[in-house]
Write a protein of this length. Structure first.
Length: 177
């Protein structure tokens, strides 16, 4: 296998569904849920591993990330170990920017993409509830569209458990192929 990349607009609930999947699949060696490296401290909404901007720049220049991208004035990356796990046959699950999907599919054969979505009014409500200053202009975030053809689309406007059940079933299906 390779990566199971989770993408979608801000507020769709990607991190929530990944957290629930990680809890359900804990202890199963076929799955890995690496922490993203982000040039900001972790928060209640996102369990990232912080990295200083200068260290991020240096690691990026040295090719020491499996995948990396910049968004909203921040640097994001998957650690080098994530790529090794994917190439070794594990299902490596992570929330990434839609911008890196093409690169991931080219570098890591077998990569699958799960698109998480919700109606615009649900996204707006969730973003407003987060009240994170780094989210910036919410209207601009909601208007952003980067087309990606996912292998599975989950409408996450229901309960988190419903969306997580679909994600978990998809991931388990990947682990047997």
């Amino acid at each position: 296998m390779a990566f199971a990349l989770v993408v979608g607009p801000s507020g769709a609930g990607k991190d929530t569904l990944i957290r629930l999947a990680r809890e359900e699949l804990a202890g199963d060696p076929r799955f890995a849920f690496p922490r993203r490296l982000v040039t900001r401290p972790p928060s209640a909404d996102e369990d990232n591993a912080p990295i200083e901007a200068a260290a991020f720049d240096r690691c990026e220049a040295e090719g020491r990330f499996s995948l990396c991208w910049r968004a909203h004035g921040l640097g994001y990356a998957l650690p080098e170990e994530a790529g090794r796990m994917a190439l070794a046959g594990r299902v490596v699950v992570s929330n990434v920017s839609r911008r890196v999907v093409t690169e991931a599919r080219a570098r890591f054969p077998g990569t699958r993409v799960v698109g998480i979505t919700a109606p615009p009014e649900v996204l707006a409500q969730r973003l407003a509830a987060r009240a994170r200053a780094e989210d910036g202009d919410l209207a601009k975030r909601l208007a952003r569209r980067e087309p990606v053809l996912p292998d599975l689309t989950i409408d996450n406007s229901g309960t988190p458990g419903d969306g997580a059940a679909r994600l978990i079933a998809f991931l388990r299906g990947l682990a047997v192929t």
